[in-house]
Design a protein around this ligand. Structure first.
Ligand code: GAR
Length: 213
């Protein structure tokens, strides 16, 4: 089966991007990374993607001022040029309009450094420590118009230790992010995710085999 064509959108260092690129090096992985796009020309992840031989694009939001739709139209045309089928947001720090999100409905994933629906938004590790939770983690979810919401595809939890700082806790969560994002993209690319209302269900591989008979 043809591998699904994936774009990763970044704004910064791109460590989740790198985890996805590394997973997709395996020819048996059902997705290939055909494009890394950033809204910031200075995003360090761009160099990493280039060094991997992956096409990159910069669509700077600042060039469009407050016109989010114009920024997204430019992004959409880059995605179309590369015949992108699926999108992974990986530290992409721009809110997307309902129009763009609807266009990519059930085809766009995001990773968030918390166990959603807890700790939406920024500074999740600081807030988890301030609340005294004993478990924290990361979530991969489908993107919907509301920020840090949408059907949950995968989660990974880590313990919060008594002596944790935002940095130590963040590093523990990041290791989980790098594990669950490639797993989630694999399921999406295999067509094993089904969104029913607010819930994402995962087909068992066995069920798929039966369908294929
Ligand atoms: C990651 O921790 C990701 O979960 C977070 O930004 C970081 C990007 O790191 N995303 C969000 O907070 C989105 N709401 P990376 O560039 O090294 O992948």
């Amino acid at each position: 089966m043809a591998r699904r064509r994936v774009a990763i959108l970044i704004s910064g260092r791109g460590s989740n991007m790198t985890a996805l690129i590394e997973a997709a090096r395996d020819p048996a992985y059902p997705a290939e990374i055909v494009l890394v796009a950033s809204n910031r020309a200075e995003a360090p992840g761009l160099d990493r993607a280039r060094s991997e031989g992956i096409a990159t694009a910069v669509v700077e939001h600042s060039a469009f001022g407050k016109d989010r739709a114009a920024f997204e139209n430019a992004l959409q045309s880059v995605l179309e040029t590369h015949r992108v089928e699926l999108i992974c947001l990986a530290g992409f720090m721009r809110l997307l309009t309902t129009g763009f999100v609807t266009r990519w409905q059930n085809r766009m994933l995001n990773i968030h450094p918390a166990l959603l629906p807890a700790f939406k938004g920024l500074h999740t590790h600081e807030r988890a420590l301030a609340e005294g939770v004993t478990e924290h983690g990361a979530t991969v979810h489908f993107v919907v118009p509301d920020m840090d919401a949408g059907p949950i595809v995968a989660q990974g939890a880590v313990p919060v230790m008594a002596n944790d700082t935002p940095e130590t806790l963040g590093a523990r969560v990041l290791a989980v992010e790098h594990r669950i994002y490639p797993q989630a993209l694999k399921l999406l690319a295999e067509g094993r995710l089904h969104v029913e209302g607010e819930i994402c269900r995962v087909d068992a591989p066995e069920a798929r085999k039966q369908e294929a008979r």
